[in-house]
Write a protein that binds this ligand. Structure first.
Ligand SMILES: [Zn+2]
Ligand SMILES: [Zn+2]
Length: 367
């Protein structure tokens, strides 16, 4: 019987390779040959044992999955509009269709607790619920996106983080032709936010980071940032005032991890009616210095965001298709499944090969 090989996170920081029988497809589901998974901060948190939802361990991680349809039932093929051999991306959440989030049209807020990489463990049949594997099972309610077939694997795995960036900067932030967009934090998603803001037509794209972000700020420039600010050396608010001639920013996106200053500075950088989009987690820290009077008097909008959505993923695919070469410099590392521990430890900066890790791809090659 055909089988899949998966990297199972048995306990914190402990991957074991296990073999699972491939599920037979019914009329209504499919099996995917995994091509690769993109890694993000969540993957590292999960590796450390820090994810507080889902079944816990043992689990096959990998929530940013792309792959090829290996076998599919006739009802499923018709519903998804795909056939064997098609290349697809899988949405991390499997929506229930009936909860408040789903019926309000925001499936990414579905609370059913079903999805890929972070939810069902290996004890939930048929076990193959994560991208750190040669195969995954495609649930009848899964949402998928058809992908172009000719884009290199590592660039194609940018689809999930780029869908976040598109939603945060464009759909929620409202970046448009002529906008001024400030992005605090030149990590993977901050850099992709530069790409999204540029594509949306922003006139000024200002990226801030620290001295340790030197290479990333340079990369931000290559991707389309018009100004980069080293906050260790200059006053970010004064620089935004100068660069905009005092008209200030339409959108500020905070994608910095742990730092509070970008939020307070962001409020000072916005024009009246501007939007502060919050996407950086702060490890549970609280902030009690928010200038509420300024928020009120300047009618500033504060908005938290956690993921992309279906439409932003479709837009991300079209941006990747337009110019894949432009995104290649973001793809700094690619590991085979057999080297999963090295991949995740590189992500968490526990180990380094000397190159700053921006986007890491984990292919399904066992060796
Ligand atoms: Zn992710
Ligand atoms: Zn739901």
């Amino acid at each position: 019987m055909a089988s899949a090989i998966a990297a199972v996170l048995e306990s914190a920081q402990n991957f074991q390779f296990r073999e699972f029988p491939l599920p037979g497809v019914t009329d209504d589901d499919a099996v995917i040959k995994v091509e690769a998974s993109g890694l993000c901060g969540t993957d590292y948190e999960q590796y450390l044992g820090g994810l507080s939802f889902g079944d816990g361990m043992p689990i096959i991680p990998g929530h940013e999955v792309i792959g090829w349809i290996e076998s599919i039932g006739p009802i499923a093929a018709k519903r998804w509009g795909v056939e064997v051999g098609d290349r697809i991306a899988i949405e991390p959440i499997i929506p229930c269709g009936v909860c408040a989030g789903c019926v309000q049209g925001a499936f990414s807020r579905c609370q059913s607790g079903l999805g890929y990489g972070m939810f069902q463990g290996t004890s939930s049949a048929p076990s193959l619920w994560g991208g750190y594997s040669t195969h995954v099972y495609l649930h009848p309610r899964a949402l998928i996106h058809k992908l172009p077939k000719d884009i290199p694997t590592d660039v194609m795995t940018l689809v999930n983080p780029l869908s976040n960036a598109v939603r945060w900067v464009y759909e929620v932030g409202g970046a448009a032709l002529g906008s001024t967009v400030v992005i605090a934090g030149p990590g993977q998603r901050g850099l992709l936010a530069v790409v999204a803001a540029k594509r949306a037509g922003a006139e000024r794209i200002i990226v801030s980071g620290t001295t340790s972000d030197g290479t990333r700020l340079e990369l931000a420039r290559r991707l389309g940032a018009t100004t980069v600010i080293n906050v260790d050396e200059e006053d970010a608010v004064a620089r935004v005032t100068e660069v905009t001639g005092g008209t200030m920013a339409d959108v500020v996106l905070d994608v910095s991890a742990g730092a509070m200053a970008p939020i307070l500075q962001g409020i000072d950088m916005l024009r009246r009616g501007g939007r502060l989009v919050l996407a950086g987690l702060k490890s549970g820290k609280l902030l009690d210095e928010v200038p509420i009077d300024r928020v009120v008097l300047h009618e500033i909008e504060l908005r938290g965001v956690v993921s992309g959505d279906y439409q932003s993923t479709e837009l991300a695919i079209s941006i990747i298709r337009e110019n894949p070469q432009a995104l290649a410099p973001l793809c700094t590392h690619s590991f085979a499944l057999g080297n999963v521990t090295e991949a995740v430890r590189t992500l968490g900066r526990e180990i380094t090969d000397g190159t700053d890790a921006v986007h890491i791809t984990l292919t399904s090659d066992v060796h």
